[in-house]
Structures are given as C-alpha cells and as structure tokens.
Design a protein around this ligand. Structure first.
Ligand code: NAP
Ligand code: ZN
Ligand code: ZN
Length: 360
C-alpha cells in the first residue's frame, strides 16, 4: 500500500516540491511527525536556494526520489519543544543546515563529524529512521532532533545569514581543516557563486590573500571592491591562468558545472591543496604528473559537523559575515532556479518563506 506524503505523520505541513526530473516546483501538502521528546519544532522564516537543491530536483546525482521538497539553509523560530529538549525554548531563533540525523555513536559522530556518518540523514530527500522521507525548508515548518538545530547568534541577520547554514559551513570547514585559515596564506576560490562569495569573505576574515577564479569577467569589480578579494583571474584566459602558475597554497573549488582542473593544479605551489566542494555531474580528469610534481593534493570536503557549524555561525556574527542575497517570494522559486543555472544572481536567492507561503 502506498502511503501518501500527507498521511505519513499526524501534523500537516505545506511546501513546494518537484515531482519529476524537470525540477519544476509546485505546492505540496505533506506531513511531519509529532514533536518527540528531543525534538524542536519551528516555523520556517527564511530558506536559501543552494545549487545542490537544483542538482537534486533535476536528479543530476541519480539519487532523487520524488516528490522532493528541497531547502537546507533554513532559519526559523521555535514553536514547540519536546520534554527533554535542553538547548532551546519557544521563541528562540534557530537554524537547520544539511543534516537532521546521524547514528550519534560511530567514530565520525563521536569526533563531531556527523557529515561523514554512513547513517547521516540529509535534511531533504533522505529516508528518516522510520523509513519516511525527509522534507526540506521550502515549507511552512520543520521538526528536528535538537542536536541538529543551531543556536542563532543575536546579531546575525536572519535572511542574509540563512545561506551560512550550507554555503558558510561548506567553505569555512575546508579552510580550517586544510590549514588555509592563516594570515597571509594564499588562497584561491574558483566560481563566484553562492559558496564562492562566502568563501572569499571567510578567507579574508582569516587574513588570507585571496584570488578569485571566475568565468564571468563582469564579476571582477564586485569581487575586488565588494568582496575585498585581492586578485581576480578570468579562468577562460589561458595566458592569465598560466601566469598564476605556482602561486597558491590552497584552492577551494566551488564550481557546479564540468570544468578543467589541470590549470588549477598548475596554480598551486608545491605541496598545495586543491579542495573540491562543488559537485559537477561528470568525473574529473587528472594527469598523474600534475600531482606527482610538487606533491600536490586533490581533496574533497562535505559541509561540516554540527559543532563546527555553530562555531562558524558565531565566527560569522563576530566578523559581520553574511551572504549577499536577493530575497524572493516562494512562488518565484522556478524562475530563481532558472536564473541560478545561468549564474544570474548576486549571490544567493533566499526565500521569504513565512511571508509568502500559503496553505491550500
Ligand atoms: P552557484 O551559486 O550556482 O555557484 C557556482 C558558480 O560556479 C557559478 O556562479 C559560476 O561562477 C561557476 N560555474 C558554474 N558553472 C560553471 C562551469 N561549467 N564552468 C566553470 N564555472 C562554472 O552554486 P553554489 O550554490 O555555490 O554551489 C556550487 C556547487 O557546490 C554545487 O555543485 C553544489 O551542489 C555544491 N555544494 C557542495 C557542498 C558540499 O558540502 N561539498 C555543499 C553545498 C553545495 P563564475 O561565474 O564566477 O564562473
Ligand atoms: Zn547546499
Ligand atoms: Zn555516526
């Protein structure tokens, strides 16, 4: 027997969902579980649109089960807490990022790397422990175990802070983990989109000298004047790429589409690190000698753990780091997705969920 999303759980919920690989989103009535003893229930105020949402609704990674309600840059206000919740009370501002569950007992979980847990439950499109699907933040409310709920810093704006819950932690974490968080260190950021522009702000806050690699020359002035990057290189300019040879200690590659990485490896100093966070559809091509000569590393990085996400939010609040955003109503989401695909946003769409979502 097929159980419909609206009758899986006792509490009615309302959101926007894609129903097939066209990725087109339309209203969906579904349901969420009752508040468990360790659960926090909150009304969604804002939700950022990450490029992963776009990959996912179009099934570009081949794992999507429909209907899918995306959204993992979620800020809200607590409406109910379970009897054993310790960290939150009704009225608190909170955030949820890319995870709402993990086993909590494996080596990764014990080391605060829940993002590496093999039983991690993604905020949307994942099977929950009870077998039902998770639904993300393009919806009226959420419920999550308090462990995966972040405390919202007092002075961090709710709308422009929301993208930090994915774009922020995904760039902050590899900068820290790979030692690219030191004053004077030379860091490259590839792709000036949602992740990339936050990466520039984070790296600058650590005191790094930042070079932006972009396919969009029109972003040069914004990168230098607005984001305070030190250098801007049009990655399609072969001569400029060649001139950058051997200059960077590390590179964070945030590009969502297929692109050559040989010129990026070339731009690293000996022992330099290229860290991939962008997730294009197709595998990369790497020549062995481009790593052998100079003992270079290619690595990947997946968001960050919950403890580090809280640390990142507090760091962002302290340093005044937010995303540059365009706030939209939820019924604009399909146009926003089309524009995101064309990199036509500076630099993150954020849905004003609370003021634009209406139950049917
Ligand atoms: P975004 O806002 O669309 O930014 C991506 C940027 O990459 C674009 O603005 C563009 O910048 C550049 N770009 C796009 N297509 C390109 C191509 N074919 N060749 C060269 N450059 C291209 O996307 P986002 O939200 O920042 O996400 C970026 C990627 O990170 C996505 O693949 C997403 O799924 C992934 N992601 C990974 C994690 C993780 O944990 N690892 C977390 C979140 C997102 P320019 O105009 O400057 O060239
Ligand atoms: Zn994301
Ligand atoms: Zn685990």
């Amino acid at each position: 027997m097929v159980i419909l999303p609206e009758s899986e759980h006792p509490i009615k919920a309302y959101g926007y969902a894609a129903r097939d690989p066209s990725g087109s989103l339309s209203p969906l009535t579904f349901s969420r579980r009752a508040t468990g003893e360790k659960d926090v229930r909150f009304k969604v105020l804002y939700c950022g649109i990450c490029h992963s949402d776009l990959h996912f609704v179009k099934n570009e990674w081949g794992v999507t089960k429909y209907p899918v309600t995306p959204g993992h840059e979620i800020v809200g206000v607590v409406t109910e807490v379970g009897s054993k919740v310790e960290k939150f009370k009704i009225g608190d501002k909170v955030g949820v990022g890319c995870m709402v569950g993990s086993c909590r007992s494996c080596r990764s979980c014990d080391s605060n790397y829940e993002q590496d847990c093999s039983k991690q439950i993604g905020t949307y499109g994942f099977p929950n422990f009870d077998g039902t699907q998770t639904y993300g933040g393009y919806s009226d409310h959420m419920v999550s175990d308090e462990h995966f709920v972040l405390r919202w810093p007092e002075n961090l704006p709710l709308d422009s802070g929301a993208p930090l819950l994915c774009a922020g932690i995904t760039t902050y974490s590899p900068l820290r983990y790979f030692g690219l968080d030191k004053p004077g260190i030379k860091v490259g950021v590839v792709g000036l989109g949602g992740l990339g522009h936050v990466a520039v702000k984070m790296a600058k806050a650590f005191g790094a000298e930042v070079t932006v690699f972009s396919t969009t020359p029109a972003k040069e002035q914004e990168a230098i004047e607005g984001l305070k990057a030190d250098h801007f290189i049009n990655s399609k300019d072969v001569q400029k790429m060649q001139a950058a040879r051997g200059t960077l200690d590390g590179i964070i590659d945030t590009v969502s589409g297929n692109h050559p990485i040989a010129p990026l490896l070339n731009a690293l100093t000996p022992r330099g690190k290229l860290v991939l966070v962008g997730a294009p559809e197709k595998p990369l091509e790497i020549a062995a000698f481009s790593l052998i000569m100079g003992r270079k590393t290619v690595a990947g990085s997946n968001i960050g753990g919950i403890k580090e996400t809280q640390e990142m939010l507090d760091f962002a609040a302290e340093h005044g780091i937010t995303a540059d955003i365009e706030v939209i109503p939820i019924d604009y989401v399909n146009t926003a997705m089309e524009r995101l695909l064309k990199s036509d946003v500076r630099y993150r769409f954020v849905i004003d969920v609370a003021n634009s979502i209406k139950a049917e």
